[in-house]
Write a protein that binds this ligand. Structure first.
Ligand code: AMP
Ligand code: MG
Length: 399
């Protein structure tokens, strides 16, 4: 059976990135850049004041103090956004505000709190400044032509803020992959419909869909598929036609009603691997057909969610050409020992508290959704082993 690392590597090797598109900066949150970004302007674009105060010649006030103030004549006022044409000469100053352009002749800004203004148009300066104090230099944040962002970086709020400050109104990013979601199982019913006999409500498409969105994909939900080879093949064929990647749930185990793998092969698809040495989620299957990809998740609701996080999330990030293909991780300190008596490593559901401590979320069987709903993450506990109380461990944050 494949190790998780080998399975992930096979998927990352197989997947080709989707193409790029230009989107408005306002729609670029969490998208992946496809081209390097260099600064088309200096940031800030001109020398300006870091304070509300007065532009001065530093030498004029080099010896100013509370007991020996220096008087300067105010020759003008520059609001943020205004320009100023005169020059600050010895004995004069100009009223400035945060962001105001520094007038010619001035080489420092005295903060307002260190001055007193008089009705005769003068101020008394009660503290010295050194040359260039309280001045923000043109290009000191970002220089014109500097490399600011690289392809593969995801656009966070702060990166978007930087791009806006540099004047970008749109950016080149990877197209969002379209992700088909199918659920197979004759026992499944749509939530909202009456439940009779041995039927159960279908929950995997609903649970996987938000994870697809977090991974940057667009979920496309397909109707339920009954356990039947022809019906499964027809549903898969349609979804593979319409999507970049298709995710099924159920029907990948060894039961006689498990038709998903056979249906995919009947369509001409190549199965790359089946079964990964993890718990929950062993029967995960991956394949491809004509540049489209297929991930078969096991039907048990927690197995489906866990294998999505471990194997499909990285796949979707790779499709977008993201530099980092791992879901979000947080280190947490175990508040209790986690024990795995099984032969496969166990991704156990945990609750990470706000103080950074993690504990088990409860029952860990593959069908128990209530503990999954309590949990905000997964901890990788080694086969036939344990992670001790107090250990600092990485938690995959799926919430
Ligand atoms: P399977 O992988 O098809 O053998 O299904 C394993 C278990 O998960 C069975 O108890 C199924 O009824 C259940 N199951 C399969 N698919 C879903 C689904 N989409 N929603 C909820 N439960 C499911
Ligand atoms: Mg089934």
């Amino acid at each position: 059976m494949l190790s998780l690392e080998d399975a992930r590597e096979k998927i990352l090797q197989a997947i080709q990135p989707v193409d790029a598109e230009h989107v408005s900066l306002h729609e670029s949150f969490e998208r992946v850049l496809t081209e390097p970004i260099t600064a088309p302007v200096n940031l800030p674009p001109f020398d300006n004041s870091a304070m509300d105060g007065y532009a001065v010649r530093a030498a004029d006030v080099a010896n100013a103090s509370v007991t020996s103030t220096v008087t300067l004549r105010v020759i003008g006022k520059v609001a943020a956004g205004e320009t100023f044409n005169s020059e600050v000469e010895t004995g004069t100053c100009v009223r400035l505000f945060t962001g105001s352009v520094l007038p010619k002749g001035a080489d420092a800004v005295v903060m307002q709190e260190d001055t007193k203004a008089y009705d005769d148009g003068t101020i008394a300066v009660s503290d010295k400044v050194t040359a260039w104090e309280n001045v923000r230099f043109r290009g000191e944040d970002v220089k014109l032509g500097a490399a600011v962002l690289q392809p593969g970086e995801r656009l966070s709020a702060t990166r978007i803020s930087l791009l806006a400050a540099l004047g970008f109104s749109s950016v080149p990013v990877s197209r969002k992959p379209i992700v088909g979601l199918l659920a197979t199982g004759s026992e499944l019913r749509e939530p909202g419909q009456p439940l009779q006999g041995a039927a159960i409500y279908e929950s995997n498409r609903a649970g996987v869909s938000p994870l697809v969105q977090r991974a940057g994909g667009i979920p496309k939900i397909y109707p339920l598929v009954r356990d039947d080879l022809e019906a499964t093949a027809a549903a898969l064929a349609k979804a593979l036609e319409e999507c970049d990647i298709v995710i099924t749930s159920g029907g990948v185990s060894v039961g006689e009603f498990d038709y998903v793998k056979a249906a995919f092969e009947q369509l001409g698809g190549t199965l790359d691997f089946w079964k990964v040495a993890v718990r929950p989620g062993k029967p995960f299957v991956f394949g491809s057909l004509n540049g489209r990809y297929f991930c078969g998740l096991p039907g048990n609701p927690v197995s489906a969610l866990v294998t999505f996080c471990l194997l499909v999330w990285p796949a979707l990030l790779r499709m977008q050409n993201a530099k980092s293909t791992h879901p979000p991780i947080q280190f947490a300190k175990l508040a209790q020992t986690l024990v795995n008596r099984g032969e496969r490593r166990h991704f156990m559901r945990v609750i990470v508290e706000e103080n950074g401590e993690a504990r088990s979320a409860g029952a860990q069987a593959a069908h128990v959704l209530s503990s999954a709903a309590r949990a905000n993450g997964l901890v990788d506990v080694p086969a036939n082993g344990s992670l001790e109380k107090g250990a600092l461990v990485p938690v995959l944050r799926w919430d």
